[in-house]
Design a protein around this ligand. Structure first.
Ligand SMILES: NC(=O)c1ccc[n+]([C@@H]2O[C@H](COP(=O)([O-])OP(=O)(O)OC[C@H]3O[C@@H](n4cnc5c(N)ncnc54)[C@H](O)[C@@H]3O)[C@@H](O)[C@H]2O)c1
Ligand SMILES: O=c1ccn([C@@H]2O[C@H](COP(=O)(O)OP(=O)(O)O[C@H]3O[C@H](CO)[C@H](O)[C@H](O)[C@H]3O)[C@@H](O)[C@H]2O)c(=O)[nH]1
Length: 344
């Protein structure tokens, strides 16, 4: 039996692949490498290049592997891009997931774990942690496209021999503590990644989007969750489904909110070098404060985070940024050696 990880070449998916392999699972990855990288996939996983909606590649995967469950990360994940091009988000996050679900159900795959998001909730009054029962009112097409998928999962689970866990991630950050994976996306927009790049001189500066929010320092507040804890939550979700405990929608966060300035100060403190900061207008589609109440995941999945401190998250993100620089330098040396060898 094997677990199919879609989007396993991406940031969160690549950590999931390592977590599954560490837990002794057989892993199959499907990724079209639009934002992910072939090198990010752990060598022990079996890789298929393709789109999650490609019926032919799915057929091949289901014939060649005994897929027990799908952990579905493949998708588009940038809030402002979804505001600029909503239909591509509905296509990739909702339409293509529908095609994947349909092929999976036809092939007899019974378990599905889905990457949902805190963006399904929309604007919150005050800074109270958000429970799963909060109104679902996405502020942007990204959140809406994920919510539509949650509805498809709910209805499919009611109709077919199929169950699912949808995990609503808050702000995922950090990198594998063993240095095997991290966030490598070029042109990243996520705050911690952007700030670490600026600290290491890979960007000129960081823009702070909005200083007039009703938060403790006027900047946006988010609940940052370490990617390794998030991968563990998926392992627990898989266990939950295997034990026949039924479908579930649960938040994944820590319940602690940090502002943009809190994050920038932490990066500066840990790295030791200041970088340029520009105050900028609010970003379209952004909420003031988004913090999780994750008590349901703790209770139902028996999930206990291990890396729940902003300092640990930022430290691992900085370590990964240094690792990427080292790898680029090694690649350059390799290219130089290859060029020198070719010129003789
Ligand atoms: N990063 C976050 O803070 C965050 C928060 C909430 C939810 N999520 C969700 O988690 C998932 C993973 O996010 P990430 O940050 O790792 O993003 P990512 O862009 O690093 O990874 C996505 C991966 O999916 C692949 N992909 C995209 N569309 C595909 C398709 N149609 N067919 C095959 N492969 C495809 C990409 O090549 C990439 O490897 C996404 O669904 C995202 O919406 C992320
Ligand atoms: O260069 C930057 C980048 C971000 N921010 C601010 O930092 C906070 C976090 O922004 P991110 O772009 O890092 O993350 P988002 O909160 O926009 O979105 C993330 O969290 C959401 C859930 O809250 C979704 O899950 C989504 O997939 C994921 O990208 C926001 O207040 C944003 O305005 C800046 O000030 N400058």
């Amino acid at each position: 039996m094997a677990i199919l990880v879609t989007g396993g070449a991406g940031y969160i998916g690549s950590h999931m692949v390592w977590a599954l392999l560490d837990a002794g699972e057989n892993v199959v990855v499907l990724d079209r490498l639009s934002t992910g990288f072939r090198w990010a996939i752990a060598p022990a996983a079996r890789f298929y290049l393709g789109d999650v909606a490609d019926a032919e590649v799915l057929k091949t995967i289901f014939i060649e592997n005994d897929i027990e469950a799908i952990i579905h990360f493949a998708g588009s994940a940038v809030v402002p891009a979804s505001v600029a091009d909503p239909l591509s988000y509905y296509d990739n996050n909702s339409g293509k997931t529908r095609a994947l679900m349909s092929a999976a159900i036809a092939a007899g795959v019974r378990h599905f774990v889905f990457s949902s998001t805190a963006a399904v909730y929309g604007p919150q009054k005050g800074s109270e942690p958000v429970k799963e029962t909060a109104p679902l009112n996405p502020e942007n097409p990204y959140g809406q496209s994920k919510l539509m998928t949650e509805f498809m999962l709910r209805d499919a689970a009611a109709a077919y021999d199929f169950d699912y866990v949808a995990l609503r991630y808050f702000n995922v950050a950090g990198a594998d503590p063993h240095g095997r994976a991290g966030q490598s996306t070029s042109g990243a927009t996520h705050l911690i990644k952007v700030a670490c790049e600026a600290a290491l001189g890979r960007r000129d500066s960081v823009h702070v989007y909005g200083i007039d929010y009703p938060t403790h320092d006027g900047t946006g507040v988010r609940d940052y969750i370490h990617v390794t804890d998030l991968a563990q939550a998926h392992l627990k979700a898989l266990q939950h489904l295997r034990r026949g405990k039924g479908s579930l929608v649960a938040n994944c966060g820590y319940g602690s909110g940090y502002s943009v300035l809190d994050v920038l100060n932490m990066v500066t403190r840990l790295h030791g070098h200041a970088f340029k900061i520009h105050m900028a207008p609010r970003r379209p589609g952004d909420a003031a404060s988004v913090v999780a109440d994750a008590s349901l995941a703790h209770r139902m999945l028996e999930w206990t985070p291990k890396y729940d401190s902003l300092e640990t998250i930022v430290r691992s993100a900085l370590d990964w940024e240094l690792e990427l620089i080292t790898r680029r330098v090694e690649d350059l040396h390799e290219m130089r050696r290859a060029l020198a060898a070719a010129s003789f």
